[in-house]
Design a protein around this ligand. Structure first.
Ligand code: B12
Ligand code: SF4
Length: 488
């Protein structure tokens, strides 16, 4: 069978895993990429996006490939995009269309209301998608495949969810070639994942909901060190890449795993890497092991410092002293620190954000990210505070870098201060806060704040982003004849 995945411009490990699984069973898989120029977390301009659109070409390419099944991996931010392309494809090509990923997993019934979506996959997709493909191959409709919801006329068929794959080592390595053959910008850094799931369930995160659909299984799973290193060797990462990005929600902190990883990784791979950690589990011992392995940049999610907001709104049990200790320890070991923060949290007052600014004046980090809260469907924060934001209606969505669901002018001015912490003396920052001078600052367009902080930091992840974004625009604009695009 031939399976086409329509991709939103970013490498998706989910699609990589699904492609590898299907290919292993002899199926053909191809990715069709929409580069989404001028529609990303940095630049969002409808007119330029239309002028530099590759969607017409993508549709023609999919039609020429003549797949037996068309798949979309859908995040909420790209739901509208996926619906548009799926509807256009359905008009021209009568083939089954399946949506999978976090958005359909969260609101499957709503997604199935679209007449161009034939099936949705809830949760982990490898086994389910293979079952679907095998059924279609035998010319039968996948009415009774675990994890799959589909339609019989007006009726929605809701199948149960199968347990999570307990041993991730049973899966083939994610297929990277489906992306690499599409465009060189996918090769700018190596992305991979050592685990699935998370130990926590913060209210604004997908795990606050996903854990509910998998109540009885071991939710957090880690690949064996050997399996992970095997993947990196298979793709010759040591020879081909300058940096690796582990995109685990939180990088494994289990001491036994980490000490084995540190020995094997430094010996057989040795490429500097970026990962996320959680301060509750990252003691000095773990940080030392990460350093020995080759961690060059570590991302930590601080979000806010008020314990009440952490506990009551975000469902995080974090001891603020831990943050200071973790940051200090990372800096002592000369690891670049990126701190993620959130603004627009329900009940978060300006004083709370001022405290956060002061915290970073005391504890300087390499890069401070300030993201706007997004009310993603089915998350606990949305259930409690995001009335009407369940993502079930299509809406004009702004990424959390560009305003999220909670943009407000005063907070945006405060956001400018975060971008200045590493460039102005602490005394001046404190004066700006005390005298409320920030209120008179111009409300810079968010894109400038993002680009400014990106250019100024020496973070490895920023270097990757710059290189990848440059190549994404350069390779695709080169392909485009501007006159054609204006006429189209
Ligand atoms: C890695 C990651 C990234 C990477 C890669 C993104 C990507 N496109 O894969 C980077 C850093 C680039 C990224 C960026 C963003 N991310 Co992100 N990211 C993640 C993270 C931590 C892990 C995803 C992952 O690779 N998991 C491992 C793979 C194997 O699992 P999977 O993707 O879920 O795929 C499996 C199933 O879902 C299913 N499946 C998936 N697709 C399909 C399709 C079909 C047809 C089928 C049958 C099955 C199926 O089968 C797969 C294999 O089992 C998740 C959190 C999480 N744990 O899910 C957030 C997450 C997906 N990200 C999120 C967000 C918001 C973003 C951004 C929009 C943030 C922003 N900057 O504004 C961008 C969007 C980028 C883009 N253009 O796609 C949200 C999405 C929430 C939502 N409701 O949509 C998540 C859930 C985190 C959260 N806040 O809860 N992200
Ligand atoms: S620690 Fe991070 S990944 Fe885990 S639930 Fe909280 S926000 Fe989500």
């Amino acid at each position: 069978m031939k399976v086409a995945f329509v991709n939103n411009g970013t490498e998706s490990l989910g699609v990589g895993y699904l492609a590898a699984f299907l290919k292993k069973q002899g199926h053909t898989v191809k990715v069709f990429n929409d580069p989404q120029l001028f529609s990303d977390e940095y630049i969002n301009n409808k007119h330029l996006n239309r002028i530099f659109s590759f969607q017409k070409q993508l549709i023609n390419d999919v039609i020429n490939f003549s797949p037996d099944l068309i798949g979309f991996s859908v995040l909420t931010d790209y739901y509208e995009w996926a619906c548009y392309l799926a509807a256009e494809l359905k008009k021209r090509l009568a083939r089954p269309i399946i949506f999978g990923g976090i958005h359909p997993t969260s609101v499957p019934e709503e997604v199935l209301k679209n007449n161009f979506v034939d099936m949705v996959c809830i949760g982990e997709g490898e086994l389910a998608l293979l079952d679907v493909v095998e059924k279609l191959e035998k010319s039968s409709w996948p009415y009774n495949v675990l994890n799959i919801w589909t339609k019989d006329g007006q009726k929605i068929i809701k199948n149960k969810i199968r347990p999570l794959i307990d041993d991730l080592g049973k899966l083939p390595y994610p297929d990277k070639t489906v992306f690499y053959e599409v465009s060189p910008y996918f090769k700018t850094a190596y992305f991979t994942i050592a685990s699935r799931g998370c130990l926590y369930k913060c209210s604004y995160c997908c795990h606050s909901y996903l854990r509910e659909i998998y109540p009885e299984t071991c939710y957090y799973r880690i690949r064996s060190v050997e399996n992970l290193i095997g993947e990196l060797e298979c793709y010759r990462v040591k020879d081909k890449y300058k940096v690796i990005r582990f995109v685990d929600d939180i990088f494994p902190s289990d001491k036994k795993w980490l000490s084995e990883f540190s020995k094997v990784y430094s010996k057989r791979i040795g490429v500097p890497f970026i990962c996320y950690i959680h301060p509750s589990v990252a003691r000095e011992e773990q940080i030392l092991l990460l350093k020995k392995s080759g961690a060059c940049e570590i991302v930590i999610g601080v979000q806010t410092l008020f314990e009440n907001t952490q506990k009551e709104v975000l469902n995080r049990q974090i001891n603020i002293d831990n943050w200071e200790r973790t940051i200090l320890c990372l800096k002592e070991h000369k690891i670049f620190v990126t701190a993620e923060n959130m603004i627009g949290i329900p009940g978060q007052c300006i004083d709370e954000i001022k405290e956060l600014v002061k915290f970073y004046c005391r504890n300087k980090v390499g890069r401070i990210h300030v993201n706007w809260l997004r009310y993603y469907p089915k998350t606990k924060i949305t259930d409690k505070f995001g009335q009407g934001m369940q993502g079930i209606r299509k809406r004009d969505i702004k990424p959390f870098t560009l305003g999220g669901d909670v943009f407000n002018e005063e907070l945006n001015k405060m956001r400018v201060i975060f971008a200045l912490i590493n460039f102005l003396p602490n005394k001046l920052i404190c004066f700006i806060l005390r005298s409320n001078v920030y209120k008179y600052l111009p409300s810079f367009p968010l894109v400038f704040i993002n680009i400014f902080s990106n250019l100024k930091s020496g973070a490895a992840s920023n270097k990757i982003t710059r290189k990848r974004e440059f190549l994404r625009y350069y390779t695709y604009i080169k392909k485009k004849k501007i006159i054609d695009s204006v006429l189209f």
